[in-house]
Design a protein around this ligand. Structure first.
Ligand code: HEC
Ligand code: HEC
Length: 646
């Protein structure tokens, strides 16, 4: 060895006895030789060290408050260099740690390594296991996304069911009466402070005790003894590298998920605990209502107590066999319950829906829908957070609430879908299937204001379909009432019109549709409107009275509608038809004489109003619906799209 180094070591050895320490650590005897089955303890230590290191780096960025927690995790995922890797490692190592714990536990029981004099080893191990589970549980809440928020909510609700101390326990965990900001700060203190400190303490004790009694070998006669270094260290290192490789692969392949920001006003029904708690979740389903306390506390409490007592139960041969049987039962049962939970949620809806399975089928369908919607929401929030507006100081939830793309469909479903339909008749979008009304009692609002949609009002066949005036209870289908618009279109293109004239009228109507659609000023049609300026000018002339020359009846739009110079009341004003302002005014009060006037059928008024019977909506909500209907929401600029619109 190089002399300077040796003298440093000598110096250290004199003062701290490092040589003995190192010798003791490395040349520990392994009776019966190194074996693969001993690797789990060391890999767990490696996993913990990884968690501590990645955890400290995450800590440097994480900011625990309801307005910044999600935002800081978003920053880690999307802005911090290598942040996705950092978070991915922490996320997946946490999951692998549970697997390693299970393997370690199985090996210890199976080999009988928990028996005297190693009881304290075992007890500290059990405590370590509970601490790790606690770390997982508290960690799940920290990203403050919908999934973690609602799943943890279920967990803390359960705590309140605990016998005797329930209410106090819940208050302690939640940090007050309401689940929210205080819960987050508490969970963070537990996750980054209390639990890791406990873990370090008990881990030290655990390792110390293990060194004191040496490694327990099931069959020490199996081969010649060896020392920890290098034989067992080599095996441990290979196992640790294997675990790291799995974690890295999962991170690169899937990455750690981040849902949309937690929204206390919007329960997420597909929230589930992490997979290793799923068996408990499923187990609880067996204990509905009053019985819950059995599933949540009494039975698990008894099981954990028995587990703590295993070293004493296992003193006799029969006791050891009992322990092994219990182990098999517990792991087999958990695996079965986990599989069942996954199947119930994800696969029940793949069978035929029959009378017997309909409840499970519907539950599964609801789960899958909620999950799909949550995934879409999450994707969208990321899109918004990366947009030039960025996340406002009030937090990412503000982005969610201000986005027509996210809020429009929800508000629509709540306030409009009872009457209206929303579906592209030519090509239904499966993502919008939840907005389809199979029996509409009002016109279809999909693509409202576009040339295509307006063309439908001027086409005798389409205006008679359920997407326009063919819906149930429409003015033209119900007895004794009539739609002037419907009659006008049918007369203009009725049977008596000859083919040549029909062609001329259709072309005129196309120009009318283009001109009327330009009034809407839709951003999706902006380029087309600019390009078709001449066509639109012709269309305007036709609307303003020019049609009289084309139609035999000599009728024209402005006979009934107001447009430009021509004023007429009693039919909807066509100036600015389907523009943002037109729609806002219309939705506020459709029975205004600018719109349907006295003829207003059932279209409710949504303006905030003193009369509580009015269908009130806040101005902001109205704007969100209108912007969504008009397709006005932020879209990320894709380089290709940008050059298209030039
Ligand atoms: C109680 C049933 C009902 C509800 C609820 C309702 N509407 Fe209507 N709405 C109608 C009817 C009926 C018409 C057609 C009246 C007519 O053209 O004579 C109409 C017309 C419209 C029109 C004019 C364009 C067209 O297609 O005729 C728009 C736009 C509209 N509704 C939007 C909405 C929005 C947005 C909501 C929700 C905020 C909503 N409506 C809620 C019944 C309803
Ligand atoms: C005979 C009178 C009359 C004529 C002519 C007429 N309309 Fe209408 N139009 C109406 C009335 C009335 C309504 C309201 C719905 C109803 O009750 O029929 C209406 C509804 C509409 C609507 C749907 C409004 C909504 O949002 O619910 C559009 C679009 C429309 N007309 C466009 C036109 C155009 C374009 C022309 C000319 C090509 C025209 N109308 C000619 C009377 C007329």
């Amino acid at each position: 060895m190089i002399t300077p180094l040796r003298s440093v070591i000598d110096w250290l050895d004199d003062r701290a006895g490092v040589r003995d320490l190192v010798n003791e650590a490395l040349y520990e005897n392994v009776p019966g030789g190194a074996r693969w089955r001993y690797v789990w303890g060391s890999t767990l230590v490696m996993a913990f060290v990884t968690q501590a290191i990645t955890g400290i780096f995450l800590w440097m960025v994480y900011s625990p408050s309801t307005q910044t927690a999600w935002e800081s995790v978003f920053f880690v995922e999307h802005s911090l260099t290598g942040g996705w890797l950092l978070r991915g490692l922490h996320h997946y190592m946490a999951q692998l740690m549970i697997v390693l714990l299970a393997l370690h536990f199985i090996q210890i029981i199976w080999d009988g390594a928990y028996r005297a004099p190693r009881e304290l080893n075992f007890l500290t191990g059990m405590i370590l296991m509970l601490v790790v589970l606690g770390l997982s549980f508290t960690g799940y809440l920290l990203p403050w996304d919908q999934k973690g928020y609602w799943a943890t909510n279920v967990g803390t609700e359960l705590a309140s069911q605990a016998p005797l101390a329930g209410a106090a326990l819940k208050k302690l965990a939640v940090g007050g009466s309401d689940y929210g900001h205080q819960t987050l700060t508490r969970f963070f203190a537990l996750h980054a402070g209390v639990l890791p400190a406990l873990l370090v303490g008990f881990l030290g004790l655990h390792v110390l005790l293990m060194r004191r009694h040496g490694l327990h070998a099931k069959d020490p006669e199996r081969g010649p003894d060896c020392t920890f270094w290098p034989d067992q260290v080599l095996k441990d290192s290979v196992a640790a590298l294997g675990v790291l490789a799995v974690v890295l692969a999962l991170t690169v392949w899937k990455g750690a998920e981040l849902g949309s920001p937690a929204d206390p006003a919007n329960p997420y029904n597909a929230a589930r605990p992490e997979w290793y708690f799923l068996f408990l979740f499923q187990f609880l389903k067996w204990f509905p209502g009053e019985l819950e306390i059995w599933g949540a506390f009494i039975i698990p409490g008894v099981v954990v107590t028995v587990m703590f007592l295993m070293p004493w139960i296992g003193r006799s041969r029969a006791g050891h066999i009992f322990n092994v049987m219990l182990l098999i039962l517990l792991f087999g049962g958990s695996a079965y319950l986990t599989a069942q939970a996954l199947y119930d949620d994800n696969f029940s809806a793949m069978n035929e829906r029959t009378e017997e399975n309909q409840a499970r089928y519907d539950a599964s369908q609801a789960f899958l829908n909620a999950k799909q919607e949550a995934e879409r929401d999450a994707e969208r929030v990321v899109e918004l957070a990366l947009s030039p507006t960025r996340i406002p100081p009030t937090g990412a939830l503000t982005l969610v609430y201000g986005d027509p793309f996210l809020q429009g469909p929800k508000l629509y479903k709540q306030h409009c879908a009872g009457c209206h339909n929303y579906v592209d008749p030519a090509d239904p979008d499966p993502n919008l299937a939840h907005l389809v009304n199979p029996a509409p009692t009002a016109p279809n609002l999909y693509g409202l204001g576009t040339r295509e949609w307006i063309g439908g009002w001027l086409d005798p066949e389409r205006i008679a379909s359920k997407h326009y005036f063919g819906y149930q209870g429409s003015p033209f289908t119900s007895d004794g009432r009539n739609s002037e618009m419907f009659d006008f279109v049918h007369e203009s293109l009725g049977e008596e019109v000859d083919d040549e004239q029909r062609q001329t009228i259709k072309e005129a109507f196309q120009k009318v549709a283009a001109a009327l659609s330009a009034e809407a000023g839709l951003s999706s049609q902006h380029a087309q409107d600019l390009a078709d300026a001449d066509l639109i000018a012709e269309g305007r002339k036709l609307i303003e009275g020019g049609l009289a020359d084309v139609l035999d009846s000599g009728a024209s739009c402005t006979d009934c509608h107001t447009f430009g110079e021509m004023q007429d009341i009693g039919s909807p004003v066509l100036d600015g038809y389907m523009s943002r302002q037109w729609l806002l005014d219309f939705l506020s009060y459709p029975a205004d004489e600018r719109f349907y006037g006295e003829m207003n059928d059932r279209m409710p008024a949504f303006a905030p109003h003193d009369d509580p019977r009015m269908n009130q909506l806040e101005q902001k909500s109205l704007e969100l619906i209108v912007d969504w209907l008009r397709g006005d929401w932020y879209r990320p600029e894709h380089p290709a799209a940008a050059s298209d619109s030039e």
